[in-house]
Design a protein around this ligand. Structure first.
Ligand SMILES: *Cc1c(COP(=O)(O)O)cnc(C)c1O
Length: 386
């Protein structure tokens, strides 16, 4: 059976060009970037060229990029690093109720250390209201962390406006941009952020590698002590092959962004139209106006998302309910609850995130299978009306 992958927010395949770029660093060019001999210099050169490429995608300077093991570590380093280093100035942090666990759990940890955290609600459209952010700011607020694009519903926050608010008050602004980098423009100066997390495996690079952008002059403490790699902010021998892969992936995304964004927006809107036209009591979670090109999150009444997912899997279609991180739990998604949905409405959700491999034909087939799945499970569901 032909398999159709529509779960690109969970992870993406490594692009062939990325694999090709990485291979030499997993064989002949195996040097340690800290070594002084030719093997070391070869690795060091690759590392610094990669830093330039990643910086370019963000409109940053190479010395503002720290390589990490991925989005989770970048979020931890930014939040813990900035909070702990600046606690003399204040101990209040503002974030949102729809963040990824990498942010939410880090905030919970900081609360245990004595920081106080405000979790801003979002509108029913999934957006942070800058006025409510402004109202939450206190004299002791030192850090604001607001994700750029949401991993479950694909909505894009008004970061530019939030960036201006934070800058006027001299508060550091972090963004988890793991879902937006490579898909939409993420220029750190246009967004007005002081730090930004990204992850290679969400943009056709390998797993286990990512980066944190840190604006020049931003004070933060390191989490990992050791040999002083990455300007002392992240000790440990660099994952040169992974970093080369991340950089090549960033470059490919930058080159293809406009065309691929347009193509995925058309696929997304086509799929939304086909499903909503045929299925009653169905809706899209989150605004359609500020949304990632390939992302959709459907809500269906009277049916369990889990049953739909398994039926679609049997048809070769891979997608998710809620997020990949929460799909092993039975609790409703914290993101959907934040939109004001009732728990039973959260359970009937399907997240579809399209990417490079997806085509018009696949969209038509997936739409047809979703319609069939909803009809079938509503028919046998105790919650169904028929
Ligand atoms: C995937 C993801 C992360 C975690 O990144 P990893 O590289 O998997 O650790 C963090 N934030 C968001 C929004 C994500 O989608």
């Amino acid at each position: 059976m032909k398999r159709i992958y529509m779960d690109h927010s969970a992870t993406t395949p490594v692009a062939p060009e990325v694999l090709q770029a990485m291979l030499p660093y997993l064989s002949d060019k195996f040097g340690n970037a800290s070594s002084l001999h030719s093997f070391g210099r070869e690795a060091k050169e690759a590392l610094e060229e990669s830093r330039e490429k990643v910086a370019k995608l963000l409109g940053a300077s190479p010395e503002e990029i720290v390589f990490t093991s991925g989005g989770t570590e970048s979020d931890n380093l930014a939040l813990k690093g900035i909070a702990r280093r600046n606690k003399e100035k204040g101990k209040h942090i503002i974030t949102t109720s729809v963040e990824h666990p990498a942010i939410l759990e880090t905030c919970r940890k900081l609360e245990k250390e004595g920081f106080s955290v405000t979790y801003l609600p979002v509108t029913s459209e999934g957006l942070v209201d800058p006025a409510s952010l402004e109202a939450a700011i206190r004299p002791d607020t030192i850090l604001i962390s607001i994700m750029h694009a949401n991993n479950e519903i694909g909505t894009i926050q008004p970061l530019e406006e939030i960036g201006r608010l934070a800058a006027e008050r001299d508060i550091r602004l972090h963004t988890d941009a793991v879902q937006s980098v490579g898909k939409i423009p993420t220029n750190v100066n246009a967004l007005g952020v002081d730090s930004l997390s990204l992850s290679a495996h969400k943009l056709y690079g390998p797993k286990g590698v990512g980066a944190l952008y840190i604006r020049r002059g931003t004070k933060l403490e390191s989490m990992v002590q050791g040999g002083g790699h990455e300007r002392g902010l992240r000790s440990g021998t660099e994952n040169v092959a992974g970093i080369v892969g991340l950089a090549r992936a960033a470059q490919l995304c930058e080159e293809g962004m406009a065309a691929e964004g347009q193509r995925l927006t058309e696929l997304r809107d086509r799929l939304a139209g086909l499903v909503l036209e045929k299925v009653k009591d169905a809706w899209i979670n989150g605004t359609m106006k500020r949304r990632l090109p390939g992302s959709l999150n459907f809500g269906f009444s009277y049916v369990e998302g889990e049953s739909l997912l398994l039926f679609l899997d049997s048809k070769g279609i891979a997608l998710s309910t809620g997020s990949a991180c929460s799909s092993h739990k039975l609790e409703p998604s914290h993101v959907l609850l934040s939109l004001g949905l009732r728990p039973e409405e959260c359970h009937g959700s399907l997240r579809i995130t399209m990417g490079r491999s997806n085509t018009n034909e696949e969209v038509d087939y997936v739409a047809q299978c979703i319609v069939e799945a909803v009809e079938r499970f509503r028919g046998i569901s105790a919650l169904g009306r028929e």
